[in-house]
Design a protein around this ligand. Sequence first.
Ligand SMILES: Cc1cc2nc3c(=O)[nH]c(=O)nc-3n(C[C@H](O)[C@H](O)[C@H](O)COP(=O)(O)O)c2cc1C
Length: 411
Amino acid sequence: MDTSSRIEEGAAALKALARAAGLRPWTLGERELVPVVQGGMGIGVSAGGLAGTVAAEGAVGTISCVDLRRLHPDLMEQTQALEGESAKPLIDAANLVALGREIAKARQLSAGRGLLAVNVMRAVSEYEHYVRHALDCGIDAVVVGAGLPLDLPELARDYPKAALIPILSDARGVQLVVRKWEKKGRLPDAVVIEHPGLAGGHLGAAKVADVHDKRFDFDVVLPETLAFLRSVGLEGRIALIAAGGVTSLDDIRRLQDLGAAAVQVGTAFAVTTEGDAAPEFKRVLAEARPEDLVEFTSVAGLPARAVRTPWLEKYLRLQPRLQAHAHVKPHCTMWFDCLAHCGLRDGNAAWGQFCIDKVLGHAAAGHIDRGLFFRGAGALPFGSAIRSVHELMQWLLGGVRPPDLGQGAAA
Ligand SMILES: Cc1cc2nc3c(=O)[nH]c(=O)nc-3n(C[C@H](O)[C@H](O)[C@H](O)COP(=O)(O)O)c2cc1C
């Protein structure tokens, strides 16, 4: 049997496994999918390799758009030493080339199975160009977090078939987006409901002290959101995807019982064999204990969750001093203004004071001493073991435990 038929057979078996386990398939972009979405993870944690592999399993694979040139040595060589006013357009152009390459790679790996999405943070300065380029490259879905994507319907006007998916954390946010988008004649195809007390990376709460607020619990937000959709006659029209802390079949069953169509999983995919970051990155995430995680305010002004590595420990110690001396900088550290509003560059003393592009890039490249390692709060299904996407899917959708995994993991 050739590789393509083997993958085809694997995806069909996974679908059957999920059905037998009592999970409902769901439909997005006119495709029937198993109810798992691999969340977008920057920088370079979920690129074409991971997203394409996940989509090949009949699920949604998501490429994170931010600074993908870092995965391409030729593009890095052309752009990493650039400085001055001319740097930004050249770096931005290299990132669009990289995004095109990663979408092509994912498409080749998925061979038409599952669904491919890109994740774009609303907070990045090149948001609009990333969205437009991904759509021009034929991406199936655009997922937008870290800010309200009120302008997404206009940006995607020429692509009525592309699925548009905002990431929100409460029913009020869903209401706001749905009401604004309805006036523009488009509805979200799905909404990711991300729990700020559980997810990794930037979190959808106004401040760190709020991330564990009970109002974000799935058993509050999912029924509230469904009640809103029912009240405006949109029941069944917008799929809900629950994100944060999902690590087992029981979690997915519980969330589907609460009304979610699918779940989004981040950290557990980041540490798979096919994850696009360096092995050291995966090791830091996989070996972190619950007490190693920390919440803090990022340079984007949003709460974030990461592993308390030596770099983060030192930064957090210095943070009060750095914030006390915050001032407007003549230019961005990396010369390409990755964020539209950056606490470090703009001298915003209430926000983080580090270069996020640099430290996330270090993390994905495996530099443990210099990187910022975003991670969700939950224990991982396979403990500290690095296993394949297929094994993770079998675990999530059917409770099938890799036979050779030591005791203690996948509990
Ligand atoms: C390393 C890492 C990077 C992430 N980067 C992004 C990102 O760029 N954009 C985004 O919308 N979410 C990002 N997330 C959130 C994930 O897509 C996902 O929603 C979340 O981690 C789900 O929680 P879990 O990790 O407990 O499964 C990131 C998460 C991790 C762990």
